[in-house]
Design a protein around this ligand. Sequence first.
Ligand code: SAM
Length: 273
Amino acid sequence: MTTEELSPDFPEYDSQTAEVWDTLAGWWDDKIGDGNEFQDYLIEPATERLLALKPDEMVLDIACGAGRFARRIAVLGARIVAIDHSEMFIRQARERYTKNAERITYRVLSAIDPEALLSLGEKRFDAAVCTMALMDMSSIEPLISTLPKLLKNGGRFVFSVLHPAFNSGATRLVAEEFDTGDKLVFRAGVTVTDYAEPFHHMGVGIPGQPMPQHYFHRPISLLFNTCFKQGFVLDGIEEPTFPDDVELKSGMPLSFGNMRAIPPVLVARMVLK
Ligand SMILES: C[S@@+](CC[C@H](N)C(=O)[O-])C[C@H]1O[C@@H](n2cnc3c(N)ncnc32)[C@H](O)[C@@H]1O
């Protein structure tokens, strides 16, 4: 099947995901609101490089969660409207301190509601950013088709997702140990059993989380083609891996820290033609 024939959207789940995130918000923010190794080494540096902010730019932070990334870029000099469909996450975000609080406006708003998105202001934003959330969104076409109206001409859209090829609901982390004749070698990697078509699954983003969340797998071509159809061009991409010289706290044998040649996330910059 070609990407042309596939839909990136799962409208049957549109009304189900906010409730899960409301339940997870407090736990999630306690756990990773002050950062974790994925955010610190992979997601945030790559996103900031691709965003390449200029002082005082107006940024839309889509699915902002408890606002960690919004607070980071407020410190870098951006002005931000940060939206999330979870009231509880927005409450968490408002309660967190930042010295540039006046630069951030938080709104409870679903990114799959084009009318609500347009109420934020047409041609208002220099850039839009969506960190680690498109794979949590049941439908992405409503957002991506509205972004050209929200962004100024030439505006950019930077997003990060779990890597659809190496880190989805159809990948398994595997390890093997073998004897080369003079030493024992331990090697970890990934097996993939499903990729080419979109699928929904429930999963656990952070070990121990109180309930599973919805995930929506989309192959890279579908993700990018959804943007291309709306007039975006791909203008930057990173597949960050953990640096060789960094010792990670997690230390589990089956973790991406032990697979430093495999990128667990993909970060892309789309620009309006
Ligand atoms: C894994 S969290 C990421 C949060 C934040 N961007 C970060 O990087 O920490 C996914 C977020 O997507 C939000 N989300 C999912 N579907 C959404 C939708 N339709 N509209 C707005 N937010 C949504 C969830 O409420 C949650 O805050």
